[in-house]
Design a protein around this ligand. Structure first.
Ligand code: KIV
Ligand code: ZN
Length: 388
């Protein structure tokens, strides 16, 4: 089986649905260009029928982007598909992403139809879209809570109708990894024509499982991951692109590859955060401001001896300039010496013994001791011995 995992970015569709994150066409074009340089395989550019603005953005992104597939979302409704086909008409590699709910929860209390009608509508939508565009992805909304046997029937029917990708969304972020992995495995083993389509993961993060579920999905046969930059998206968000890409990269023994240029990860994270007015939490994996900052004495000492003691990723690999040693009241002598040396100041062991207790007093009063505080401390304490 091919070990390439396709990265399907939905920052501009699922990510942009978040209140406060709406973007204008110009902003979307800038992000689409950055996604292309990042090396994503598919850009979900929007939901064209949802508004004239979204239609226009999808249309312009379709014209701009050269390499990645440009995808437009639709419901399993002819009108949506017509509008998406029109928006995608200039795309070099267009894809329609259509589908409907498959869980009993969605079928009976949202769509209020029968299971047979779900299959009929799904098949009809795929066949209709296929008249205009070759590459059709089908989503089984709320697949995470869908009975596996029924999900397999739906997948088999839509693949027979021409779907090239079957997306198995954990729409409500309900699954845990073992459960989601088993679902993908079940489809691999029970959908007769599954070899004619790529299985895609699309995991939401309501229980904080989105990254783990996506990776487990891949280990069980999925070859496309749907994700967003910084994990933005509905409610608790989507699978975060940087997390899945780096998890696959760091576990070489899994032997999966992606086309992502990892050095672009931090720059695009900053771009998306700024453009969408959505701050990145400091402890966010890979791209948070603390992701490469070391602040406790034991960690700092270990990091200074050999950075691999406390870092599994070289910051430069994801486009972060360097790691940092943050001076706090939990820092030890090694960290203090390291930061003083970084200022270009040489001090002896005796001098370090003199300033360390003073440094602790200062650190107890402030959150972080910055370079300027450190310089004043050295000036006041060691003025006689150190020429600052
Ligand atoms: O979460 C979801 O189910 C979706 C689909 C529209 C793909 O975003
Ligand atoms: Zn979603």
């Amino acid at each position: 089986m091919d070990n390439k995992v396709y990265i399907f970015d939905t920052t501009l569709r699922d990510g942009e649905q978040v209140p406060g994150c709406r973007l204008n066409t110009q902003e979307k074009l800038i992000i689409a260009e950055a996604l292309e340089s990042l090396g994503v395989d598919i850009i979900e550019a929007g939901f064209p029928v949802s508004s004239p603005g979204d239609f226009e953005s999808v249309k312009q992104i379709a014209r701009l982007v050269k390499e990645p597939i440009v995808c437009g979302l639709t419901r399993a409704v002819q009108k949506d598909i017509d509008v998406a086909v029109e928006a995608l008409k200039d795309a070099k590699r267009p894809r329609i992403h259509t589908g409907l709910g498959t869980s009993d929860q969605h079928v009976f209390t949202k769509l209020r139809i029968t299971r047979d009608e779900v299959i009929e509508r799904g098949v009809a939508a795929v066949k209709y879209a296929k008249k205009y565009i070759e590459d059709i992805e089908f989503y089984a909304e709320d697949a995470g809570r869908t009975d596996n046997e029924f999900l397999a029937q739906v997948c088999e029917a839509v693949i027979a109708a021409g779907a090239t990708v079957v997306n198995i969304p954990d729409t409500t972020g309900y699954c845990i990894p073992e459960e989601y992995g088993k679902k993908i495995k079940y489809l691999k083993e029970n959908v007769k024509n599954i070899d004619k389509a790529i299985i895609s993961t699309h995991c939401h993060n309501d229980l904080g499982m989105a990254t783990a579920n996506s990776i487990t999905g891949v280990q069980n046969g999925a070859r496309q991951i749907e994700c967003t930059i910084n994990g933005i998206g509905e409610r608790a968000g989507n699978t975060s692109l940087e997390e899945v890409v780096m998890a696959l990269r760091k576990h070489k023994w899994l032997d999966y590859t992606t086309g992502i240029n990892s050095k672009q990860i931090f720059p695009i994270s900053q771009l998306v955060s700024k453009t969408m007015r959505m701050p990145v939490q400091p402890n966010k994996a890979i791209v948070g401001s603390n992701a490469f900052a070391h602040s406790s004495g034991i960690h700092q000492d270990g990091f200074i001896k050999n950075k691999e003691n406390y870092e599994i990723i070289d910051p430069e690999e994801v486009g972060v300039e360097k790691s940092s040693i943050v001076l706090t009241a939990r820092s030890g002598r090694a960290a203090l010496y390291y930061r003083v040396s970084a200022l270009g100041i040489e001090i002896s062991k005796q001098e370090l013994d003199v300033i360390y207790p003073k440094f602790l007093e200062l650190a107890d009063q402030s959150q972080v001791v910055e370079d300027n505080d450190l310089k004043s401390l050295l000036n006041d304490t060691l003025a006689k011995t150190v020429n600052l």
